[in-house]
Design a binder for this molecule. Structure first.
Ligand SMILES: NC(=O)c1ccc[n+]([C@@H]2O[C@H](COP(=O)([O-])OP(=O)(O)OC[C@H]3O[C@@H](n4cnc5c(N)ncnc54)[C@H](O)[C@@H]3O)[C@@H](O)[C@H]2O)c1
Length: 419
């Protein structure tokens, strides 16, 4: 069987997650080159990739200077870098597995869609939720008519207070200009899933939301700059939190070898050890989006940083019944009106729920199959043109939010952005 080869730009959390799929599909994929500006991340991944030194690059730019080294390039650097890295990789002849968001700027997204078409490159966006057994089962039930015609969808992303504080107050996505607005960074998945499940495009959108809590004015009296020196009793104490998460996520984001000594060192100097009320964060901590899709289908979406649990929930309401579920809990039910509820046994359908409920692995596997030319149903794959719709919807929702909830008509919005 032909192995599909992967080169990877950015060996952080995501790049490493994709690289590790070589251990899951050893006969079908091979990582042949990787790049990161942090040597420690290259060395950590090379413990299982075993690449020769000349295939480990100290920047994406250095790797992109080389002739083509793989069938497909994974772009897993930060949001604001995607446009340049993706353009350069396509110019070098690579097909792409491009992390979402494809860019944090609407103009760049439009440019990337057009460039992929012009250069005839296959570009898959990492909207991994579509590849999960949880959402695929909802899609199947809808397609089989289990609940009749879909009329409304209610979806929520409970980010989790600690995840929110880690990623969106202290971490990589805390500042919109440097990364992306929350609805794009975190919830473009949800924009994608809602429209995909309904099988309809969004026609109109409004949104409200703000950064209400994680601000200087809510800082308790006497709080120190860094949690290590702080005597305030606070649920967001970084030292307590990260120490309690060793050796898993998100302690392993702070250091690839998350020992208590290494984590203590990182917390002394990085933003991860700082007070949540004294950051330069500006992304919203809660947001709602209202959507009118084709054929009168309505949908609401709620993102909140104020939850104990970190999960997504969904309820799809049709003319003959309902489907509802909790992604993290792996719970999925459906019920026709006047009949008993049915449980979908997800454990029977999937043996690996790691990495976005199994979506990471399944995305890589489908990309391998696609690149190999296997015959299978590819209609749900997140090609760049399909994923462009959910990016545009996220940008439109953000525009509405910034304008205080103004109605945005998607056709007009698309024309304005030239797509
Ligand atoms: N699909 C999803 O569900 C999902 C989940 C989380 C993050 N993401 C996206 O994936 C991307 C990566 O996120 P992450 O969590 O892995 O972040 P990360 O910070 O852990 O990884 C990014 C890596 O890029 C490296 N890097 C920076 N500049 C570089 C350069 N010039 N050349 C080479 N390497 C460079 C950094 O050192 C870092 O290791 C982001 O765009 C993020 O929004 C997607």
């Amino acid at each position: 069987m032909k192995k599909i080869t992967f080169a990877i730009l950015g060996m952080g959390n995501r790049g490493t997650a994709y690289a590790a799929k070589q251990l899951k599909y050893p006969d079908e994929m091979e990582v042949t080159a990787m790049a990161d500006i942090r040597r420690i991340r290259l060395d950590a991944a090379n413990k299982y990739l075993h690449l020769p030194a000349e295939k480990m690059f100290d920047s994406a730019e250095a790797l992109l200077e080389m002739p083509k080294l793989a069938d497909i390039m994974v772009i897993a650097t930060q949001d604001a870098q995607h446009r340049d890295h993706a353009m350069r990789a396509m110019e070098r002849g690579y097909d792409l597995l491009l992390e979402k968001p494809m860019s944090n700027k609407l103009d760049d997204c439009v440019e990337l869609v057009k460039a992929a078409k012009r250069m005839n490159r296959k570009v898959f966006i990492c909207h991994v939720l579509r590849y999960t057994v949880f959402y695929q089962q909802i899609k199947r039930l809808i397609a089989e008519g289990a609940i009749g015609k879909v009329e409304s969808i209610e979806a929520a992303e409970l980010v989790g207070a600690h995840h929110y504080a880690h990623s969106y107050v202290r971490g990589n996505w805390h500042n919109e200009a440097a990364s992306s607005p929350m609805i794009l960074a975190k919830s473009s998945h949800d924009m994608d899933i809602i429209a995909w499940l309904a099988g309809k495009s969004c026609e109109k959108v409004t949104s409200f939301g703000s950064l209400d809590y994680f601000r200087a004015e809510n800082c308790p009296n006497g709080a120190a700059e860094r949690c290590a020196q702080c005597s305030v009793d606070c649920p967001f104490n970084a030292d307590k939190y990260y120490m309690s998460r060793i050796p898993g996520w998100p302690a392993n984001i702070l250091h690839p070898e998350p020992t208590p000594e290494n984590i203590t060192e990182v917390l002394k100097t990085s933003d991860y050890g700082r007070c949540v009320y004294k950051m330069d964060n500006d992304v919203v901590d809660h947001q709602v989006v209202n959507m009118l899709l084709q054929d009168g289908v309505t949908a609401t979406f709620q993102m909140t940083g104020f939850s104990n649990r970190q999960t997504r929930t969904i309820r799809v309401m049709g003319t003959r019944g309902e489907i509802w579920g909790d992604f993290k809990a792996k719970e999925l039910y459906w019920q026709r009106f006047c009949e008993e509820p049915q449980k979908v046994d997800l454990d029977c359908l999937c043996d690996d729920f790691t990495g976005h409920g199994g979506g990471d692995a399944r995305l890589v596997y489908d990309v391998i199959r696609f690149m190999r030319g296997d015959k299978f149903d590819t209609t749900s794959m997140t090609t760049i043109d399909r994923s462009a719709d959910s990016h545009i919807l996220a940008f439109a929702a953000e525009k509405s939010r910034v304008l205080g909830g103004e109605l945005i008509e998607l056709e007009k919005f698309k024309k304005e952005c030239g797509i």
